[in-house]
Design a protein. Structure first.
Length: 226
């Protein structure tokens, strides 16, 4: 089971993405699972742009959405008690703008918050109620339920797909991929990864020289999968 970030990891080079899919098509015993901070509806637009139907199993909205065998699951019901309204109110009051409708779901509030204000914003949210904050880059500030995140669905998926924990590989390029990477037995950090992620996984992941999907392919070869 190869579970991988999408933007900046799977996507970034159309040719390299197509090459990776071609290699994996020869390995019917390997399942590739996209795992994105974007909602699944947004992922489908990307797959359409790549002239493909999509992936049977995929994770969206920072681990709060899950499709298996092409169908939605009741995974999101795990977080049914989460109410993003009070967190939106605080962030709006602090003057922050959302990252756009495409990146919002009932279980994920995505805002544009400068990194030098992340600590301030997170502290303000904690005063309202329990929530998990996930940050990446210099501006991305996402609020999701406690217990969610990119790593959360991995044990569930491994069980459903009957994959041993030792056979779970994760790939990523940014700090919001760190928990996903550390939840896998083997890890690939692509060549265009943020330096912060490279440093955080030093000695704990295969660091590809190649970028984007070519970096995933390189890592899978190094791990003996391809």
């Amino acid at each position: 089971m190869v579970i991988t970030d999408v933007d900046g990891t799977l996507l970034g080079s159309d040719t390299d993405f197509a090459d990776l899919l071609s290699w994996l098509a020869k390995r019917r015993d390997v399942v590739l699972i996209p795992n994105s901070s974007r909602p699944i509806a947004s992922l489908y637009r990307s797959w359409g742009a790549a002239q493909m139907d999509g992936f049977p199993t995929q994770v969206g909205a920072l681990g709060t959405e899950l499709e298996v065998d092409g169908s939605p699951t009741d995974w999101s019901a795990t977080f049914a008690e989460f109410d993003r309204g009070p967190f939106d109110a605080i962030l709006t009051e602090m003057g922050f703008q959302t990252n756009g409708d495409e990146f919002q779901t009932p279980l994920k509030a995505s805002y544009n918050v400068p990194s030098d204000r992340w600590t301030e914003a997170a502290a303000a949210l904690q005063a309202v109620g329990p929530a998990q904050v996930v940050t990446s880059g210099q501006l991305d500030f996402d609020v999701i339920p406690v217990g969610a995140g990119k790593a959360a669905p991995i044990p569930f998926l491994a069980d459903v797909l009957q994959v041993l924990p030792a056979h779970v590989i994760a790939a990523g390029n940014s700090m919001n991929d760190l928990t996903m990477l550390m939840a896998a037995s083997s890890r690939i950090v692509v060549g265009n990864a943020d330096q912060e992620l490279i440093d955080a996984t030093d000695g704990q992941a295969y660091h590809s020289r190649a970028k984007f999907a070519a970096g995933v392919t390189e890592g899978l070869r190094a791990l003996g999968v391809l």
